[in-house]
Structure formats: C-alpha cells, structure tokens
Design a protein around this ligand. Sequence first.
Ligand code: SF4
Ligand code: SF4
Length: 490
Amino acid sequence: MKTKSLCPQCLKVIDADVYEEDGKILIKKRCEEHGEFDDVYWSDAELYKKFAKWRYEGKAGIQNTERVKGCPFDCGLCPEHKSSTMLALIDLTNRCNQHCPTCFANAAVAGYLYEPTMEQLEAMMKLLRSEVPPCPAIQFAGGEPTVRENFVDIVKMARNLGFAHIQVATNGIVMAKSVEFCRELREAGLHTVYLQFDGVTDEPYKVLRGIPALKTKLKAIESCRQGGIGSIVLVPTLMKGVNDDQMGDMVRFAAKNLDVIKGVNVQPISFEGRVDESERKKGRITIPDFIRLLEEQTDGEIPRESFYPVPFVLPVSYFVEAWKGVPQLELSVHPHCGAATYVFVEHGKFIPITEFIDVEGLMEFLMEEAEEINKSKIGKLKATAKMMKLGGKFIDREKAPAVFDNVTSLTDILEKGNRESLAEFHRKALFIGAMHFQDAYNYDLERVKRCGIHYATPDGRIIPFCSYNAIHRPSVEKAFSTPLRKSDLE
Ligand code: SF4
Ligand code: SF4
C-alpha cells in the first residue's frame, strides 16, 4: 500500500510503502537527502488484515484552519481531517516532579516554562465544546498537571463547561501524598486517573523513570480509593526487555483492584529524535506483540481474537444517532492505531466479552438497523420489534458471566439505558487497550488524518496528537512560554 510518511531527519513529507514480508507488515521510505528508512509497522500480518476491515471515513467536528502546506502542517483541524475529537488533551504545564531519563519535554530540560493562563484554558475548552458533536472528554496532561497550583479549579472549569468525562494523566506522586487532594479532585468533577504505571515490580521504573516508583504508585491507588476516585486506568509504556514479561501480571493486578482500576491502556514505546538504527530495530514493539504477550502470559485466557480496533464500535454511534436523531461521536480513528477489548473476572478467570457475545454479528445488526431507521418513518418501529426478537441472540448465556443475568435484550441496554445493568457492567468489566503513538520512523499520514485524540492549543487550534508531538509542539510551546525562573523548579 502506498502512503505518505516523514523523513525522520528533516521531517519532510515523503512517499512510503507499507507491505507484507515474512508474516509482518513493514514500512519503507526514501528521502532524497537522507536516504532510506525501514521499520516494522505491525508485527502480525494476519491481525493487520483483520483490523484493516474496519476503516471508516469519518468527519471532523470543527474546521478552523485552511489547507495550505498539506498534512501534517495545516492543523487544525483542517478540511482534510477525518475524525472528531474523541478525547481532548490540554497540557497544563511543562513542569514535572519526576525526571524520566527518556523525557525531553520537561521545563528543566526545555529551559522555558509553558503554562497556559486560566483565560487561555477557558478559551481552549470552549473551542472543544463548540465542536459538533461537542467534545465529551478531556484529559489534562503535561509535564505533570497536578503540580499546577490551581489544578482543582481547572477541573471545576471543565465540569462547568459541560465535559462529561474529565481525566488526568499523572505519575501519581502528588496523589500518593494526599488523600485530601484526591477527594478535592473528585468533588471538583474528576472522573478518571490515567496513572503512569510501568510494572508490578520496581525494575521497569528504574529504567523508564530513573527511580524505583512502585511504592508511590501503590500509594496513589490507595489515595484514590480513600478519596473516592473510583476510576483508575493503568498506563504502562511497553518496552522490550524492560516490562514485556509483565503484561499478564499487570492485568491480574488490575483485576484484583477492580473496585478502583477500570482499565489497562498500554503504550508501546515510540522513538523520539534520532535513534541508532540497530537500537531502534531491537527495541521496536508493536500492538500485535502486546496482544501476543498477553495471550501467552494469561495462558490463553485473553486470546488475540478478543481484540478489535477502535473503529469497530462505530456502528453503535450510527445506531444511537439514528435512534435518537442527535449527532453522536464517531470513533473513526485509523484501525491500526489501537486495539481494545473488555474482560470480566469470574472465579479467578478472565472471560473476554468476545467469548460470550457475537460482537461482529451485533455490530452488523446495529449497522443494518441504523440504515433501516434512517430510511423511513416506521423504520424505528420495525427496528424496535426486531431488536426485541433478535437482540438476545447475540449473547451466549451459557458462557456469559453472572453480571449479564439481568440483561434480557438489546433494547434493555440501548433504549432504556438500563442503568443498573450498565453500572454493574462497569463495576465488573476491565478495559484492556493499546495505542501505539507514532514516531517519525513509522509515521503514516493516513493514521494522522484519522486521529481522534487532539490537543487544544492557546493559539486557538486543535491539533491531532501524533501531529502535535512530531511537528507542532516546539513552536506552540515557544510561542506561549515564559523564561524559566529558579523558583519554577522548586
Ligand atoms: S493532521 Fe488532520 S488537521 Fe492536521 S493537517 Fe493533517 S488532516 Fe489537517
Ligand atoms: S494519537 Fe496517534 S496513534 Fe492515537 S489515534 Fe491519533 S494518530 Fe492514531
């Protein structure tokens, strides 16, 4: 397949080939000036083909830049962009209370302070809420967002502006020290803590963060529990030879703490800056590797078949939109950006949702019904009747965990929203996902154009994550930064 990528040295857009070789999918490209580059795009060709089936053309929820230089320089969002903001990110500061050996972004290294003002933050959030449909979810990031003095007020501002889901990406250090801080955040409207969590022993932290941090992570989880924050997602950076043997243990740890831990979202490492070729090839790990490791390390209880790409659930949006007549968020990101599943834990075993729900059949059914409803006025009545009759057939009751006992039909979940069933579902389900952020070596503009994770920036733009980090971050930060004072680092 032909696509466009970047030269890792001069960041010019260049042609690239994505092709199959020895059961893997590779990417190869050539820059006139800097020569040829190749890398693994996806390490499992079969899984790549399975995921490729779910590729949709979505639409952006806003357009506020013009097409001038072409992607990825026109962000955004420009008229070429093909996904709405499913999750917005705002960096609150580039200060950090941890000094990871791999991070070049923190203020101490950058030499300047990037910290949008309250007015800028409000304008950025309002812009996100003006999308159609309004951006529902926001994540505060950094640096370390919890070191921002007025962080609680910023969370309140997000709640007052109508974000349905507010989360923070954190190393957990401040939370570990204070239950009260967690309680204040919950009261301010924080829903989820995206906790940097690289393993269940100290070793991965020593390599990735330069310190043995497990104790701090456990304390942060406990503080959240006591402070009433009931939703933590563990976010490991996956690196070969560092924590690739801990995927099973990490998911088991999450399952043991299901009262507060709702998910594990793995990020295979991406390479920043110039990286020695042999080091990069030795270290490259992609989403299929994570899926294989998890299958092996759970003795097949979470097999590769349980995973689907993010846009797999798009028919749910189509269906709800047709049903309610209100625009819904479409998760139309590129199928090779991420993978996810839900698992339930019963009698000490994992039961992936795919074991007892015919998820592919269900999505096809929802797609057909959405079309039926859109076609005619009596479509909705017909669809309701069909759902009553057929809805249950997608669930295999013999294999389903007990939490599904009360769910009698699809209409239960989709129409009435069956609050008890859904609340129970959330209490018992563990989300497992992976997203592989791109670096200049495996960059694919087809993925960037479909990105659904967007930064809001103080210059009034909305910039897709993998475009912001590869291209735009330095210029945005420099334009809105102030000189660093010694007191900023204290
Ligand atoms: S990443 Fe999206 S918004 Fe940015 S230039 Fe490309 S298509 Fe436009
Ligand atoms: S952040 Fe990067 S990996 Fe994630 S959806 Fe956007 S382009 Fe894909």
